[in-house]
Design a protein. Structure first.
Length: 444
């Protein structure tokens, strides 16, 4: 506990921002891939003659991979460490993204998209867990939301790649560019430290003390721990508790698990249902592919201030209020976006929808790992993310069927409005506030 206390007492320093950038770049690459497939879909539909149902399956298969990856990587991260799993999953999705560019038919693309999803689903909760465990208690919400903001930057990069590359060099080149993040793993291995809480939980106190000492030195904090104390900790070991799914359903964690699963299912269902289809839906409204890419690029720009505003509010008014408000406003924006109208009206409501929906995502990634103790933090976060991915699996397919009927677009967005309103109400009524508390206080 002395080591954890020292870690939490370190003021915000260069180390925290360096870790934010290093883990955030992983998120940027993830979002870049997710965004690219959304822009590739309308091109593939024309080139391969895909039906709307087949387009929906391409979106859904990636989410199935993310569900599997989230569970397995979460378990692995609590057993083998956050850093190793973060690196491994980044390699998987990068290589699989490059393979998507070599897909020779619809079926082969489905296989590769599953592998991409597996890597993506594994990386995201692990990166959020690592950032959560290193952030100072009073600034934890801000840092994790800022981590999530790299997702918006990744979507922006995807929109730029799609706008500049696909019309000139084809959809395959967009996927080949998406394979480059595999090279980034070498930087992660050198620069990203293992979680202090993970090391302490595994009895590796000497390693934990060494990392904390480096962080304190970088922040200008003078440590009072004597060298002898550091040496003695090398002999201390703790037993490794076996991760059990049933622990998520004990009296201590059952309510938290239920509300997290509701949040994750609803937000992933709405996000992937809307944004995976967004370019294709706009093409169906009569916009050209190039003009659609321009509109979506502008809507994507609104994601970044959405994240930054959520980062401002989350440690001031709390997780519950921020998440509830942002989900409710995203629901309202989705409803009016579905009504259509002029290009200006569509851009206005689409931008607001991006602003609030992605701001809510930042809060979710802050909130989830806070609600579980170190020994099951990545495991519980991985399961919540996996449940959410099943929502994402359903949404693209459901949209594919709904959009073909009469008044398809308004019906689709009315559905998403209802889903997000229900989740906002659930958070407001049953969510637990964690603002300003240490991770140990929350897990008691």
């Amino acid at each position: 506990m002395e080591v954890i206390s020292r870690l939490e007492s370190v003021p915000v320093s260069r180390f925290h921002y360096k870790l934010l950038v290093l883990t955030g770049l992983g998120w940027l690459f993830d979002a870049m891939d997710t965004g690219v497939i959304a822009f590739v879909l309308p091109v593939l539909a024309s080139e391969w003659g895909l039906s709307t149902a087949q387009m929906g399956y391409i979106g859904s298969i990636g989410l199935l991979g993310m569900a599997v990856g989230a569970v397995l990587a979460g378990s692995a991260a609590d057993k083998f460490g956050r850093k190793a799993v973060f690196s491994f999953t980044l390699i998987i999705y990068s290589v699989a993204t490059g393979l998507c560019g070599l897909a020779w038919n619809y079926e082969s693309l489905l296989v590769f998209r599953f592998l991409v999803g597996f890597g993506l689903g594994g990386e995201l909760p692990v990166a959020a867990t690592l950032m959560t465990e290193y952030s100072p208690p009073g600034k934890r919400g801000r840092f994790v939301v800022l981590l999530e903001s790299f997702w918006g930057a990744g979507w922006l990069v995807a929109a730029l790649i799609s706008y500049l590359i696909i019309p000139r060099y084809g959809w395959q080149m967009a996927f080949f560019i998406g394979a480059l993040p595999a090279l980034y793993v070498f930087f992660i291995r050198l620069a990203v430290p293992e979680s202090i809480r993970y090391l302490m939980d595994k009895g590796r106190q000497a390693e934990a003390l060494e990392i904390v000492a480096k962080i304190e030195k970088e922040a200008g904090v003078i440590s009072t721990v004597q060298p002898a104390a550091t040496t003695a900790t090398k002999l201390t070991k703790t037993s490794e508790p076996k991760l059990a799914f049933k622990e998520l359903w004990t009296a201590q964690f059952a309510k938290r698990t239920i509300i997290l699963w509701i949040i994750w299912f609803g937000i992933v269902y709405s996000y992937y249902g809307i944004f995976t289809w967004l370019p294709s839906l706009m093409v169906k409204q009569g916009h050209t592919v190039i003009k659609t890419f321009e509109y979506v690029l502008l809507m994507t720009l609104a994601q970044l201030p959405g994240y930054f505003s959520a980062a401002y509010f989350i440690d001031r008014i709390g997780r519950k209020a921020t998440l509830s408000i942002y989900l409710a406003m995203s629901a309202v924006s989705a409803y009016f976006f579905g009504l259509g109208g002029s290009a200006g009206v569509v851009l206005f409501w689409g931008s607001l929808m991006s602003f609030f929906n992605l701001g809510a995502w930042g809060v979710v990634y802050t909130y989830t790992p806070e609600l579980y103790p170190t020994r099951i933090r990545a495991f519980g976060s991985g399961w919540a993310a996996a449940v959410g991915r099943f929502g994402g699996i359903l949404a693209p397919t459901i949209v594919g069927y709904m959009i073909t009927g009469p008044e398809g677009l308004p019906k689709v967005f009315t559905m998403f409005t209802g889903v997000m309103m229900v989740v906002a109400l659930a958070v407001w009524l049953f969510g637990e506030e964690t603002k300003g508390k240490t991770l140990d206080e929350i897990s008691k």
